[in-house]
Each structure stands twice: as structure tokens, then as C-alpha cells.
Design a binder for this molecule. Structure first.
Ligand code: UGA
Length: 441
């Protein structure tokens, strides 16, 4: 099929490339000329494992191209996917739909009557129904099918999603999309057709639920620290029940990134708007617990350094919001680094992928060229993103360059015994009494 993808950011680039790899003829559109030139040269603006080789392959096949010429591109296709960003508003919890409305304006100007528009962006409940009315005035159909990509594993997610959910308001549209999604349904992916509202809410609910799981375990980390207990053992124990499961129960400095908090707040905003105050209050707590973990981490650093942080040298290992990405949007590590800097500490960062972007946005931090370089002379080392390479660090080797052998494991991911056996003061959120019982604190 001939299709256009509007928006060549993270979602649009990945989606356009994957759709081309399924054999479709795809033109991806963006207003940013520099970005489009780079993409046509197979240079994405972000790090995503597996994307570049696929991009090279699909550009070479002739099935994929990137353009700023929306007019020509939109005229040439029968199906248009909207993949623009829907960020949080700067003045509250609601979602800023500016880019979405701009893309709909372009579609109404240039698309052929009879074309099908499919929204992939995450939007507040009610958005699709409202847009469908507007698009129908131009004889354009609308469906909504939000994407569930996870950064760092987006190619695999896009090719083999856990499910595809599609909001439609006509059986003709459903028939077309059943055909488009056939490669997925044939591969065993569940494709769920429903109404617009259920679709929009399902995407927000999925992210809010994941956020709730993480905040739940982090709230349990707090009570473990106060009452006594080891949150890691607790998480492992409750996760054995397959109704609960082990995933998304990793305690630590909490969730960040461009999606979980944004979608949680979008749902809070919708819940308040529709008068569902209990849901709004419940999700507000999830958000608060998450942000409190950043504060708790800073307090633990102060405790480990035995006093004010003025003049202390702090090494941060990992600044991306999670491993396998260079994305630092709403990264918990960034929040912590900024507070430490405000408290007068000297912060030196190392991250395998996110150095360039962090230097660009936060030039006030120091940067190391390697783990050892960032840790040189440090009073304390903070492990804030669980990159696999940090699990390979030899405590005895790192111990030769630091001033004090203190490590705060903000992701509860390192092998605590290994560090403690080498004489490091090892601490982690939710394990205060467990570690002290073992005589380490
Ligand atoms: C999230 C969802 O997981 C995707 O399903 C969804 O499609 C996507 O948002 C989206 O809306 O586009 P993503 O933001 O890439 O994906 O990141 P996650 O893997 O969900 O991780 C979010 C944060 O939670 C990270 O900071 C991670 O370190 C943290 N986390 C995750 C924990 O603190 N503990 C855990 O147990 C798991």
C-alpha cells in the first residue's frame, strides 16, 4: 500500500521504517529540513538499537523516503498515519495538541478525498471523535490506533506488538485496517477493534498501570526503609505470583522519559475534567511517589556523605532515563543531578550514549570520558541508569580512582555483595535495614 507518515520524530521514524520493511511504499513527512536530510542519509537523530541498519535497508529498497513536501506526499497516498508528538502542556497536566492540530490542517489542505487517516499519537479521551467530525467535512475517514513502542526495543515492539488496538466509527474503515494489519494478525498479534474512547483510554491506562506498578514498589521501598525490610526480596517474592509478575517491579529512583509521567498526567487531567476525582487523586499519588524517590535519593547521598554536599565530588553513572537510549527527557537522573548541583556539589557524569545530548542541554555539569574518568577523585558514585556495561564494573578497579568507596545503587541492579566485599559502602533505596543487618552500614 502507498502510505504517508506525518511526523518523523521517534515514533514516526520507527513506524515508517517498519511499515516499509513490511513491503509498503512509505513517505515520511516532517517540517524540520535538517532532520529530513539526515534521515534520507540514514542518520536518525536519536539512538535506537537496530534502527539504523533497517533504515539503510529500506531507503535502499526504494520503499521508504523522507520529505518536507507535505503537499505532494499527502496527495500521493490513500492512507496517512499521524505520528506527531503530543507533549504535556507547559502550564499543567493536560496534553498540548498543537502539533496534532497542525498535522490535521495539512491533511485537510492536501489529502485526497476518500483517504484514511490513522492517528498513532497518544491523545486524551475525546480527541479522535472530535477530529473525525472535522475530517468528515473533507470526505476523510479517521481511525485511532495508538502505538505502544518501548524505547530501546522499539523495532521489536513495532514488528511484534503485544497487541494492536484500533478505534473506528465505521465498518468500511475496519475492513481496510484489517487488511493493513494482516501481517500482524497472521503472525499471531491480537488486533482489537473498538470505539475511539476505549482506544484512547486503553493507551493511557496501559502507561498509568505501568507507572502504578513502579510507584507501588517504590512506596514499599519507603516502608521497608522506615519499618525494616528488604524491598528487593519483597518484590521478588510478590512477583512469583503470576497475577502480579516480576516485570516493572524494579525499585529505585523511579520512572522518567517522555511517556509514563506525561500520560499519567494526561489521564489525571481527563479524570478531573470528567469529575472522576478518585481516579485523579489515585494517579496523583502515583506521580508524587515517583518524584519523591528522586528526593529520597538525594537524602541518601547526604546521609552517606555524612553532611552537606557543598564541595563534594559526585560521580553519576548513567543519565539516560533508561538503558539502550540516549533520551534524557524527564530523566530521574537529571532531576537528581540538578538538585545535587544546587546543593553545591561538583557533578561529573558518564553515560554510554547520552553524553552529547546532556552536554548540549546541561553544559553546567562535568563529564567523564569513561566510568573511571568520571569517578576520578569522587566522594561518592551514583549508579542511576542500569546500562548492562555498569554491571560489569570491577569494584576493586573503580576503588583505585575514587576518594571514598561509597556507591548508591539508584536502580537496585548491582551485585551488592560484590561491592561490599570489596569494602565499598553500598546503599540502595528500600534496603536500609537489610544492609545494616548484614553489618555494612
Ligand atoms: C513506555 C511504555 O513502557 C510503553 O509501553 C509505551 O508504548 C511508551 O511508554 C509510550 O507511551 O510511547 P518507555 O517510555 O520507552 O515506554 O519506557 P519504559 O520501559 O516504560 O520505562 C519507563 C521508566 O520506568 C524508565 O525510567 C525505567 O527506568 C523505569 N522503570 C521501569 C523502573 O523504574 N522500574 C521498573 O521496574 C521498570
Amino acid at each position: 500500500m502507498k502510505m504517508a507518515v506525518l511526523g518523523s520524530g521517534y515514533l514516526g521514524t520507527v513506524y515508517a521504517t517498519v511499515m516499509a520493511s513490511l513491503g509498503h511504499q512509505v513517505v515520511a513527512i516532517d517540517v524540520d529540513e535538517q532532520k529530513i536530510d539526515s534521515l534520507n542519509a540514514a542518520e536518525p537523530a536519536f539512538h535506537e538499537p537496530g534502527l539504523k541498519p533497517l533504515l539503510i535497508q529500506e531507503l535502499a529498497s526504494g520503499r521508504l523516503r523522507f520529505t518536507t513536501d507535505a503537499a505532494t506526499a499527502l496527495k500521493s497516498v490513500g492512507i496517512i498515519f499521524i505520528c506527531v508528538g503530543t507533549p504535556q502542556s507547559i502550564d499543567g497536566n493536560s496534553t498540548d495538541l498543537k502539533f496534532l492540530y497542525e498535522s490535521v490542517d495539512a491533511i485537510t489542505c492536501f489529502a485526497n478525498a476518500g483517504a484514511l487517516v490513522v492517528g498513532k499519537s497518544t491523545v486524551p479521551v475525546g480527541t479522535a471523535a472530535q477530529l473525525a467530525v472535522r475530517l468528515s467535512e473533507y470526505q476523510l475517514d479517521l481511525a485511532w490506533s495508538p502505538e505502544f513502542l518501548r524505547e530501546g526495543e522499539a523495532i521489536r515492539n513495532a514488528m511484534m506488538p503485544d497487541r494492536i488496538i484500533v478505534g473506528v466509527n465505521s465498518s468500511d474503515v475496519e475492513m481496510v485496517l484489517r487488511e493493513v494489519y494482516k501481517p500482524f494478525s497472521n503472525a499471531g498479534v491480537k488486533v482489537i477493534f473498538t470505539d475511539f474512547h476505549t482506544t484512547e483510554l486503553s493507551k493511557l491506562a496501559a502507561n498509568a498501570f505501568l507507572a502504578t506498578k513502579i510507584s507501588f514498589v517504590n512506596a514499599m521501598a519507603e516502608i521497608c526503609d522506615s519499618a525494616g525490610g528488604d524491598v528487593l526480596v519483597l518484590a521478588g517474592a510478590i512477583g512469583c505470583d503470576e497475577r502480579i509478575g516480576q516485570r516493572f517491579l524494579q525499585p529505585g529512583i523511579g520512572f522518567g522519559g517522555g511517556c509514563l509521567a506525561k500520560d499519567l498526567r494526561s489521564l489525571i487531567s481527563s479524570a478531573s475534567r470528567y469529575g472522576v476525582d478518585n481516579l485523579a487523586k489515585f494517579l496523583e499519588q502515583v506521580d508524587e511517589i515517583n518524584l519523591r524517590q528522586r528526593h529520597n535519593a538525594v537524602q541518601l547521598v547526604e546521609e552517606m556523605c555524612r553532611g552537606p554536599l557543598l564541595g563534594k565530588k559526585i560521580c553519576i553513572l548513567g543519565i539516560a532515563f533508561k538503558p539502550n537510549t540516549d533520551d534524557i527527557r524527564d530523566s530521574a537522573a537529571i532531576g537528581i543531578a540538578l538538585t545535587l548541583k544546587e546543593l553545591g556539589a561538583t557533578v561529573r557524569i558518564y553515560d554510554p550514549r547520552a553524553m552529547k545530548i546532556t552536554k548540549h542541554h546541561y553544559p553546567m555539569f562535568g563529564f567523564g570520558s569513561s566510568v573511571m574518568d568520571a569517578a576520578y577523585g569522587a566522594d561518592i558514585v551514583l549508579h542511576l541508569t542500569d546500562w548492562p556495561e555498569f554491571l560489569e564494573i570491577e569494584p576493586s578497579q573503580l576503588g583505585t580512582v575514587v576518594q571514598h568507596k561509597r556507591i548508591l545503587d539508584g536502580r537496585n541492579a548491582l551485585n551488592s555483595e560484590l561491592w561490599m566485599n570489596d569494602g565499598w559502602s553500598y546503599r540502595a533505596l528500600g534496603r536500609r535495614t537489610a544492609l545494616s543487618r548484614s553489618g555494612i552500614i
